[in-house]
Design a protein around this ligand. Structure first.
Ligand SMILES: [Zn+2]
Length: 468
Protein backbone atom coordinates (compact mmCIF):
# COMPACT_ATOMS: atom_id res chain seq x y z
CA UNK A 1 0.00 0.00 0.00
CA UNK A 2 2.27 2.80 -1.20
CA UNK A 3 -0.30 5.61 -1.07
CA UNK A 4 -2.14 6.66 2.06
CA UNK A 5 -5.86 7.02 2.57
CA UNK A 6 -6.89 10.35 4.04
CA UNK A 7 -10.47 11.13 5.01
CA UNK A 8 -12.08 14.31 6.29
CA UNK A 9 -13.45 13.74 9.77
CA UNK A 10 -16.48 15.92 10.53
CA UNK A 11 -15.66 15.61 14.23
CA UNK A 12 -12.08 16.96 14.07
CA UNK A 13 -12.78 19.11 10.99
CA UNK A 14 -9.54 17.90 9.46
CA UNK A 15 -8.17 15.42 6.97
CA UNK A 16 -6.87 12.42 8.86
CA UNK A 17 -4.88 9.45 7.77
CA UNK A 18 -7.21 6.49 8.09
CA UNK A 19 -6.12 3.49 10.07
CA UNK A 20 -8.64 1.04 11.48
CA UNK A 21 -8.87 0.04 15.12
CA UNK A 22 -8.44 -3.59 14.20
CA UNK A 23 -5.53 -4.33 11.89
CA UNK A 24 -6.70 -4.87 8.30
CA UNK A 25 -10.42 -4.55 9.08
CA UNK A 26 -12.59 -1.44 8.65
CA UNK A 27 -15.94 -1.34 10.42
CA UNK A 28 -18.41 1.02 8.79
CA UNK A 29 -21.93 2.13 9.69
CA UNK A 30 -23.98 3.89 7.04
CA UNK A 31 -27.36 5.39 7.93
CA UNK A 32 -29.80 3.74 5.59
CA UNK A 33 -33.16 4.57 4.10
CA UNK A 34 -36.45 5.04 5.86
CA UNK A 35 -38.49 2.60 3.87
CA UNK A 36 -41.71 4.56 3.36
CA UNK A 37 -41.13 5.69 -0.24
CA UNK A 38 -38.72 5.30 -3.17
CA UNK A 39 -35.26 6.78 -2.62
CA UNK A 40 -34.66 10.09 -4.43
CA UNK A 41 -31.45 10.95 -6.24
CA UNK A 42 -30.19 12.95 -3.24
CA UNK A 43 -30.41 9.79 -1.10
CA UNK A 44 -28.78 7.82 -3.90
CA UNK A 45 -25.89 10.23 -4.10
CA UNK A 46 -25.14 9.49 -0.44
CA UNK A 47 -25.41 5.72 -0.99
CA UNK A 48 -23.03 6.01 -3.95
CA UNK A 49 -20.53 8.01 -1.91
CA UNK A 50 -20.65 5.20 0.64
CA UNK A 51 -20.15 2.68 -2.16
CA UNK A 52 -17.00 4.48 -3.31
CA UNK A 53 -15.82 4.65 0.30
CA UNK A 54 -16.36 0.92 0.76
CA UNK A 55 -14.58 0.07 -2.49
CA UNK A 56 -11.72 2.43 -1.68
CA UNK A 57 -11.20 0.84 1.74
CA UNK A 58 -11.02 -2.53 -0.01
CA UNK A 59 -8.67 -1.14 -2.62
CA UNK A 60 -6.38 -0.05 0.21
CA UNK A 61 -6.25 -3.65 1.34
CA UNK A 62 -8.85 -3.60 4.10
CA UNK A 63 -11.58 -6.08 4.80
CA UNK A 64 -14.81 -4.13 5.27
CA UNK A 65 -17.74 -4.89 7.52
CA UNK A 66 -20.49 -2.49 6.54
CA UNK A 67 -23.85 -2.14 8.23
CA UNK A 68 -26.71 -0.20 6.68
CA UNK A 69 -29.89 0.02 8.69
CA UNK A 70 -33.38 -0.03 7.24
CA UNK A 71 -35.63 2.23 9.28
CA UNK A 72 -38.94 0.42 9.12
CA UNK A 73 -40.57 2.09 12.08
CA UNK A 74 -41.07 5.83 12.44
CA UNK A 75 -43.88 8.32 11.88
CA UNK A 76 -43.72 8.05 8.11
CA UNK A 77 -43.84 4.26 7.84
CA UNK A 78 -46.60 4.06 10.44
CA UNK A 79 -48.63 6.68 8.60
CA UNK A 80 -48.11 4.98 5.23
CA UNK A 81 -49.17 1.56 6.49
CA UNK A 82 -52.24 3.02 8.22
CA UNK A 83 -53.24 4.90 5.09
CA UNK A 84 -53.24 1.71 3.06
CA UNK A 85 -54.71 -0.40 5.84
CA UNK A 86 -51.89 -2.98 5.71
CA UNK A 87 -49.35 -4.14 8.26
CA UNK A 88 -46.16 -2.20 8.82
CA UNK A 89 -44.12 -5.15 7.58
CA UNK A 90 -46.15 -5.52 4.42
CA UNK A 91 -45.89 -1.81 3.72
CA UNK A 92 -42.16 -1.49 4.37
CA UNK A 93 -41.30 -4.75 2.53
CA UNK A 94 -42.35 -3.07 -0.68
CA UNK A 95 -39.88 -0.21 -0.21
CA UNK A 96 -37.11 -2.44 1.08
CA UNK A 97 -37.40 -4.36 -2.17
CA UNK A 98 -37.40 -1.14 -4.20
CA UNK A 99 -34.34 0.08 -2.33
CA UNK A 100 -32.36 -3.06 -3.18
CA UNK A 101 -33.48 -2.88 -6.81
CA UNK A 102 -32.25 0.73 -7.00
CA UNK A 103 -28.85 0.12 -5.46
CA UNK A 104 -28.32 -2.97 -7.61
CA UNK A 105 -29.17 -0.97 -10.72
CA UNK A 106 -26.57 1.62 -9.72
CA UNK A 107 -23.95 -1.09 -9.04
CA UNK A 108 -23.76 -0.31 -5.34
CA UNK A 109 -21.95 -3.19 -3.66
CA UNK A 110 -24.05 -4.90 -1.01
CA UNK A 111 -23.20 -4.26 2.65
CA UNK A 112 -22.59 -7.20 4.97
CA UNK A 113 -25.64 -6.40 7.14
CA UNK A 114 -28.98 -4.70 6.56
CA UNK A 115 -30.65 -4.77 9.97
CA UNK A 116 -34.29 -3.75 10.21
CA UNK A 117 -35.15 -1.65 13.23
CA UNK A 118 -38.10 -3.83 14.21
CA UNK A 119 -35.77 -6.85 14.51
CA UNK A 120 -33.63 -5.11 17.15
CA UNK A 121 -36.16 -4.07 19.78
CA UNK A 122 -34.49 -6.09 22.61
CA UNK A 123 -31.13 -4.40 21.94
CA UNK A 124 -32.81 -0.99 21.98
CA UNK A 125 -34.53 -1.76 25.26
CA UNK A 126 -31.25 -2.82 26.79
CA UNK A 127 -29.57 0.38 25.65
CA UNK A 128 -32.28 2.50 27.29
CA UNK A 129 -31.90 0.48 30.49
CA UNK A 130 -28.18 1.20 30.53
CA UNK A 131 -28.87 4.91 30.04
CA UNK A 132 -31.42 4.82 32.86
CA UNK A 133 -28.90 3.14 35.16
CA UNK A 134 -26.39 5.91 34.44
CA UNK A 135 -28.84 8.71 35.11
CA UNK A 136 -29.24 10.05 31.58
CA UNK A 137 -33.00 9.66 31.27
CA UNK A 138 -36.34 10.71 32.68
CA UNK A 139 -39.85 9.45 32.14
CA UNK A 140 -42.93 11.39 31.29
CA UNK A 141 -46.38 10.16 30.27
CA UNK A 142 -45.16 6.68 29.39
CA UNK A 143 -42.21 7.90 27.25
CA UNK A 144 -38.52 7.99 28.14
CA UNK A 145 -36.31 10.95 27.24
CA UNK A 146 -32.58 11.56 27.08
CA UNK A 147 -31.60 14.50 29.27
CA UNK A 148 -29.07 16.39 27.17
CA UNK A 149 -27.68 18.35 30.13
CA UNK A 150 -26.26 15.08 31.54
CA UNK A 151 -23.96 14.71 28.52
CA UNK A 152 -21.42 17.56 28.42
CA UNK A 153 -20.02 16.54 25.02
CA UNK A 154 -23.34 17.24 23.32
CA UNK A 155 -22.88 19.44 20.24
CA UNK A 156 -19.24 18.59 19.52
CA UNK A 157 -19.92 17.01 16.13
CA UNK A 158 -22.25 19.69 14.77
CA UNK A 159 -20.96 22.72 16.65
CA UNK A 160 -24.50 23.36 17.87
CA UNK A 161 -24.42 25.19 21.15
CA UNK A 162 -26.85 24.32 23.89
CA UNK A 163 -27.15 27.80 25.31
CA UNK A 164 -30.46 29.38 24.53
CA UNK A 165 -31.45 26.29 22.62
CA UNK A 166 -34.02 24.98 25.03
CA UNK A 167 -31.83 22.36 26.68
CA UNK A 168 -34.12 20.69 29.14
CA UNK A 169 -37.21 21.10 27.00
CA UNK A 170 -38.46 17.87 25.59
CA UNK A 171 -39.63 16.96 22.15
CA UNK A 172 -41.75 13.98 21.28
CA UNK A 173 -41.58 14.07 17.52
CA UNK A 174 -39.72 11.63 15.33
CA UNK A 175 -39.60 14.04 12.45
CA UNK A 176 -37.07 16.42 13.82
CA UNK A 177 -36.66 20.02 12.93
CA UNK A 178 -33.08 21.16 12.98
CA UNK A 179 -33.30 24.39 14.95
CA UNK A 180 -33.36 23.08 18.48
CA UNK A 181 -31.18 20.94 20.69
CA UNK A 182 -33.79 19.55 23.00
CA UNK A 183 -34.12 16.50 25.11
CA UNK A 184 -35.11 13.81 22.70
CA UNK A 185 -37.27 10.76 23.01
CA UNK A 186 -35.66 7.34 23.40
CA UNK A 187 -38.79 5.31 23.88
CA UNK A 188 -42.23 6.49 22.90
CA UNK A 189 -45.08 5.31 25.10
CA UNK A 190 -47.74 3.44 23.16
CA UNK A 191 -50.45 5.43 21.45
CA UNK A 192 -53.73 4.63 19.88
CA UNK A 193 -53.27 3.38 16.33
CA UNK A 194 -49.47 2.92 16.52
CA UNK A 195 -47.57 -0.36 16.67
CA UNK A 196 -46.36 -1.11 20.16
CA UNK A 197 -44.06 -3.62 21.83
CA UNK A 198 -44.54 -4.88 25.38
CA UNK A 199 -41.15 -4.51 26.96
CA UNK A 200 -39.62 -4.05 30.43
CA UNK A 201 -39.64 -0.31 29.63
CA UNK A 202 -43.40 -0.42 29.31
CA UNK A 203 -45.41 -0.65 26.10
CA UNK A 204 -44.26 1.53 23.23
CA UNK A 205 -41.86 1.85 20.33
CA UNK A 206 -38.30 3.08 19.82
CA UNK A 207 -37.35 6.60 18.74
CA UNK A 208 -35.48 6.90 15.45
CA UNK A 209 -32.11 7.92 16.88
CA UNK A 210 -32.07 4.97 19.25
CA UNK A 211 -32.35 2.54 16.35
CA UNK A 212 -28.99 3.48 14.85
CA UNK A 213 -27.11 3.42 18.17
CA UNK A 214 -28.46 0.00 19.09
CA UNK A 215 -27.96 -1.65 15.69
CA UNK A 216 -24.50 -0.22 15.03
CA UNK A 217 -23.15 -1.32 18.40
CA UNK A 218 -24.85 -4.72 18.19
CA UNK A 219 -23.16 -5.48 14.86
CA UNK A 220 -19.90 -3.51 14.96
CA UNK A 221 -19.02 -3.23 18.65
CA UNK A 222 -19.23 -0.32 21.09
CA UNK A 223 -16.40 1.56 19.35
CA UNK A 224 -15.93 1.32 15.61
CA UNK A 225 -14.13 3.11 12.76
CA UNK A 226 -16.46 4.95 10.44
CA UNK A 227 -19.97 6.34 10.48
CA UNK A 228 -21.47 8.13 7.51
CA UNK A 229 -24.61 9.83 6.29
CA UNK A 230 -25.81 12.95 4.55
CA UNK A 231 -25.02 16.38 6.00
CA UNK A 232 -28.55 16.69 7.31
CA UNK A 233 -27.86 13.71 9.58
CA UNK A 234 -25.15 15.60 11.51
CA UNK A 235 -27.66 17.36 13.72
CA UNK A 236 -29.61 16.19 15.51
CA UNK A 237 -29.45 12.53 14.40
CA UNK A 238 -25.74 11.81 14.74
CA UNK A 239 -25.34 14.14 17.71
CA UNK A 240 -28.07 12.14 19.47
CA UNK A 241 -26.51 8.83 18.48
CA UNK A 242 -23.25 9.90 20.13
CA UNK A 243 -25.04 11.00 23.30
CA UNK A 244 -26.95 7.71 23.57
CA UNK A 245 -24.04 5.44 22.77
CA UNK A 246 -21.32 7.15 24.80
CA UNK A 247 -23.80 7.89 27.58
CA UNK A 248 -24.48 4.16 27.87
CA UNK A 249 -20.98 2.73 27.41
CA UNK A 250 -18.68 5.50 28.64
CA UNK A 251 -16.49 4.71 25.60
CA UNK A 252 -15.87 6.60 22.37
CA UNK A 253 -18.55 5.59 19.87
CA UNK A 254 -17.07 6.37 16.43
CA UNK A 255 -13.60 7.43 15.35
CA UNK A 256 -14.31 9.03 11.97
CA UNK A 257 -17.50 10.73 10.81
CA UNK A 258 -18.03 11.39 7.09
CA UNK A 259 -20.92 13.31 5.56
CA UNK A 260 -22.03 13.77 1.96
CA UNK A 261 -23.20 17.22 0.84
CA UNK A 262 -26.58 18.11 -0.59
CA UNK A 263 -27.73 17.53 -4.11
CA UNK A 264 -29.51 20.28 -6.03
CA UNK A 265 -31.50 19.92 -9.22
CA UNK A 266 -30.94 22.62 -11.85
CA UNK A 267 -29.57 24.84 -9.09
CA UNK A 268 -32.51 24.42 -6.77
CA UNK A 269 -33.33 22.38 -3.72
CA UNK A 270 -35.28 19.32 -4.73
CA UNK A 271 -38.95 19.41 -3.69
CA UNK A 272 -41.99 17.45 -4.79
CA UNK A 273 -43.91 20.73 -5.00
CA UNK A 274 -41.40 22.20 -7.50
CA UNK A 275 -41.60 19.29 -9.92
CA UNK A 276 -37.82 18.79 -9.67
CA UNK A 277 -38.00 15.74 -7.44
CA UNK A 278 -36.60 12.59 -9.04
CA UNK A 279 -36.35 8.98 -8.04
CA UNK A 280 -34.18 6.55 -9.97
CA UNK A 281 -37.23 5.04 -11.66
CA UNK A 282 -38.34 8.51 -12.85
CA UNK A 283 -35.02 8.89 -14.67
CA UNK A 284 -35.05 5.35 -16.05
CA UNK A 285 -38.57 5.86 -17.37
CA UNK A 286 -37.27 8.90 -19.25
CA UNK A 287 -34.78 6.57 -20.91
CA UNK A 288 -31.61 7.56 -19.05
CA UNK A 289 -28.82 5.04 -18.67
CA UNK A 290 -28.34 3.90 -15.05
CA UNK A 291 -24.59 3.82 -15.56
CA UNK A 292 -24.60 7.47 -16.63
CA UNK A 293 -26.58 8.26 -13.47
CA UNK A 294 -23.97 6.44 -11.36
CA UNK A 295 -21.23 8.31 -13.20
CA UNK A 296 -22.84 11.69 -12.64
CA UNK A 297 -23.64 11.10 -8.98
CA UNK A 298 -20.05 10.10 -8.17
CA UNK A 299 -18.40 12.65 -10.48
CA UNK A 300 -18.43 15.42 -7.88
CA UNK A 301 -16.41 14.75 -4.70
CA UNK A 302 -18.79 13.94 -1.85
CA UNK A 303 -18.04 17.01 0.27
CA UNK A 304 -19.08 19.36 -2.52
CA UNK A 305 -22.64 20.22 -3.36
CA UNK A 306 -23.74 18.45 -6.52
CA UNK A 307 -25.90 20.31 -9.00
CA UNK A 308 -27.80 17.66 -10.96
CA UNK A 309 -28.80 19.02 -14.38
CA UNK A 310 -30.02 17.28 -17.51
CA UNK A 311 -27.08 18.82 -19.35
CA UNK A 312 -24.68 17.19 -16.93
CA UNK A 313 -26.56 13.89 -17.25
CA UNK A 314 -26.13 14.14 -21.01
CA UNK A 315 -22.42 14.80 -20.47
CA UNK A 316 -22.18 11.76 -18.20
CA UNK A 317 -23.90 9.63 -20.84
CA UNK A 318 -21.27 10.68 -23.37
CA UNK A 319 -18.44 10.08 -20.92
CA UNK A 320 -19.67 6.54 -20.27
CA UNK A 321 -19.98 5.92 -24.01
CA UNK A 322 -16.40 7.13 -24.50
CA UNK A 323 -15.23 4.64 -21.89
CA UNK A 324 -17.21 1.84 -23.54
CA UNK A 325 -16.04 2.64 -27.07
CA UNK A 326 -12.39 2.76 -26.11
CA UNK A 327 -12.59 -0.51 -24.20
CA UNK A 328 -14.36 -2.21 -27.08
CA UNK A 329 -11.85 -0.87 -29.54
CA UNK A 330 -9.07 -2.14 -27.34
CA UNK A 331 -10.66 -5.57 -27.08
CA UNK A 332 -10.89 -5.96 -30.82
CA UNK A 333 -7.46 -4.63 -31.71
CA UNK A 334 -4.69 -7.11 -32.31
CA UNK A 335 -1.60 -6.75 -30.12
CA UNK A 336 1.20 -4.65 -31.60
CA UNK A 337 4.00 -6.68 -33.11
CA UNK A 338 6.62 -4.22 -31.89
CA UNK A 339 6.90 -2.25 -28.64
CA UNK A 340 3.75 -0.28 -29.38
CA UNK A 341 2.90 3.26 -28.29
CA UNK A 342 1.81 2.72 -24.68
CA UNK A 343 4.49 2.21 -22.05
CA UNK A 344 4.72 0.51 -18.68
CA UNK A 345 5.23 3.98 -17.19
CA UNK A 346 1.99 5.25 -18.74
CA UNK A 347 0.03 2.45 -17.12
CA UNK A 348 1.77 2.50 -13.76
CA UNK A 349 1.51 6.26 -13.41
CA UNK A 350 -2.22 5.96 -14.03
CA UNK A 351 -2.53 3.34 -11.30
CA UNK A 352 -0.65 5.56 -8.88
CA UNK A 353 -2.78 8.57 -9.77
CA UNK A 354 -6.01 6.61 -9.31
CA UNK A 355 -4.88 5.52 -5.86
CA UNK A 356 -3.74 9.02 -4.92
CA UNK A 357 -7.03 10.52 -6.06
CA UNK A 358 -9.11 8.07 -4.03
CA UNK A 359 -6.74 8.37 -1.09
CA UNK A 360 -7.26 12.14 -1.24
CA UNK A 361 -10.57 12.01 0.64
CA UNK A 362 -12.22 10.07 -2.22
CA UNK A 363 -11.52 12.65 -4.91
CA UNK A 364 -13.65 11.00 -7.57
CA UNK A 365 -13.39 13.94 -9.99
CA UNK A 366 -9.63 13.54 -10.03
CA UNK A 367 -9.92 9.75 -10.40
CA UNK A 368 -12.29 10.05 -13.38
CA UNK A 369 -10.02 12.64 -15.01
CA UNK A 370 -7.14 10.18 -14.67
CA UNK A 371 -9.23 7.46 -16.30
CA UNK A 372 -10.07 9.65 -19.28
CA UNK A 373 -6.41 10.60 -19.58
CA UNK A 374 -5.46 6.95 -19.77
CA UNK A 375 -8.15 6.19 -22.34
CA UNK A 376 -6.93 9.07 -24.49
CA UNK A 377 -3.46 7.53 -24.44
CA UNK A 378 -4.94 4.16 -25.37
CA UNK A 379 -6.77 5.65 -28.36
CA UNK A 380 -3.67 7.49 -29.51
CA UNK A 381 -1.67 4.29 -29.30
CA UNK A 382 -4.30 2.36 -31.25
CA UNK A 383 -4.25 5.07 -33.92
CA UNK A 384 -0.47 4.67 -34.11
CA UNK A 385 1.65 1.60 -33.56
CA UNK A 386 -0.75 -0.21 -31.24
CA UNK A 387 -0.21 -1.70 -27.78
CA UNK A 388 2.03 -4.68 -27.11
CA UNK A 389 0.74 -7.86 -25.50
CA UNK A 390 2.79 -7.31 -22.35
CA UNK A 391 1.48 -3.77 -21.85
CA UNK A 392 -2.06 -4.93 -22.51
CA UNK A 393 -1.80 -7.35 -19.63
CA UNK A 394 -0.73 -4.45 -17.40
CA UNK A 395 -3.53 -2.32 -18.79
CA UNK A 396 -6.05 -5.04 -17.93
CA UNK A 397 -4.90 -4.91 -14.31
CA UNK A 398 -5.26 -1.13 -14.27
CA UNK A 399 -8.76 -1.38 -15.76
CA UNK A 400 -9.67 -3.99 -13.16
CA UNK A 401 -8.69 -1.41 -10.50
CA UNK A 402 -11.16 0.98 -12.11
CA UNK A 403 -13.93 -1.64 -12.11
CA UNK A 404 -13.33 -2.40 -8.45
CA UNK A 405 -13.41 1.25 -7.37
CA UNK A 406 -15.30 3.62 -9.70
CA UNK A 407 -17.10 0.90 -11.69
CA UNK A 408 -18.16 3.10 -14.61
CA UNK A 409 -17.33 0.90 -17.59
CA UNK A 410 -20.32 -0.39 -19.59
CA UNK A 411 -20.70 -4.13 -19.59
CA UNK A 412 -21.34 -5.49 -23.03
CA UNK A 413 -24.71 -7.01 -22.29
CA UNK A 414 -26.11 -5.76 -25.59
CA UNK A 415 -23.33 -7.50 -27.49
CA UNK A 416 -23.17 -11.10 -26.32
CA UNK A 417 -20.09 -13.14 -27.18
CA UNK A 418 -21.65 -15.01 -30.13
CA UNK A 419 -22.63 -11.73 -31.77
CA UNK A 420 -19.11 -10.44 -31.23
CA UNK A 421 -17.86 -13.66 -32.79
CA UNK A 422 -20.05 -13.10 -35.85
CA UNK A 423 -18.72 -9.55 -36.21
CA UNK A 424 -15.15 -10.75 -35.82
CA UNK A 425 -15.69 -13.39 -38.52
CA UNK A 426 -17.08 -10.77 -40.94
CA UNK A 427 -14.20 -8.40 -40.20
CA UNK A 428 -11.70 -11.17 -40.99
CA UNK A 429 -13.56 -12.10 -44.14
CA UNK A 430 -13.46 -8.48 -45.24
CA UNK A 431 -9.72 -8.28 -44.58
CA UNK A 432 -9.24 -11.40 -46.70
CA UNK A 433 -11.39 -9.93 -49.48
CA UNK A 434 -9.33 -6.74 -49.47
CA UNK A 435 -6.11 -8.71 -49.54
CA UNK A 436 -7.45 -10.56 -52.58
CA UNK A 437 -8.42 -7.14 -54.05
CA UNK A 438 -12.07 -8.24 -54.13
CA UNK A 439 -13.32 -4.75 -53.21
CA UNK A 440 -16.93 -5.42 -54.17
CA UNK A 441 -17.06 -8.24 -51.60
CA UNK A 442 -15.27 -6.08 -49.00
CA UNK A 443 -17.85 -3.32 -49.46
CA UNK A 444 -20.69 -5.80 -49.17
CA UNK A 445 -19.31 -6.97 -45.87
CA UNK A 446 -18.82 -3.42 -44.63
CA UNK A 447 -22.47 -2.78 -45.40
CA UNK A 448 -23.53 -5.88 -43.48
CA UNK A 449 -21.43 -4.75 -40.53
CA UNK A 450 -23.08 -1.34 -40.74
CA UNK A 451 -26.46 -3.04 -40.39
CA UNK A 452 -25.16 -4.67 -37.23
CA UNK A 453 -24.24 -1.20 -35.93
CA UNK A 454 -20.52 -1.85 -36.34
CA UNK A 455 -17.97 0.59 -37.74
CA UNK A 456 -14.67 -0.73 -39.09
CA UNK A 457 -11.57 1.45 -39.21
CA UNK A 458 -8.48 0.45 -41.12
CA UNK A 459 -5.39 1.28 -39.10
CA UNK A 460 -1.71 0.69 -39.87
CA UNK A 461 -1.81 -2.50 -37.80
CA UNK A 462 -5.00 -3.87 -39.20
CA UNK A 463 -8.74 -3.25 -38.97
CA UNK A 464 -10.37 -2.20 -35.69
CA UNK A 465 -14.10 -2.32 -35.10
CA UNK A 466 -16.45 -0.71 -32.65
CA UNK A 467 -20.15 -0.39 -32.15
CA UNK A 468 -21.82 2.89 -32.98
ZN1 LIG B 1 -28.84 6.69 11.47
Amino acid sequence: MPETLELYNTMSRRLERFSPLEEGHARLYTCGPTVYDFAHIGNLRTFLFEDVLRRTLQHFGLRVTQVMNLTDIDDKTIRGAAREGISLREYTDRYVEAFFADVDTLRVERAEHYPRATDYIPQMVELVQRLEARGHTYRSEGSIYFRISTFPGYGRLSGVSLEGNLAGARVDADEYEKEDARDFVLWKGSREGEPSWDTPLGPGRPGWHLECSAMSMALLGETFDLHTGGVDNVFPHHENEIAQSEGATGKPFVRTWLHAEHLFVEGEKMAKSKGNFFTLRDLLEQGHDPLAIRYLLISVPYRQKLNFTFDSLHGATQAVERVGNTLRRLRHSPAATGAGDLSTEDVSSFRTELERALGDDLNTARALAALHGLLRQVNTALDGNGISGAIRAELDLALADVDRTLDVAPRDEAAPQDEDGEVQRLVEERTAARAARDFARADQIRQRLGELGVVVEDTPHGPVWRRR
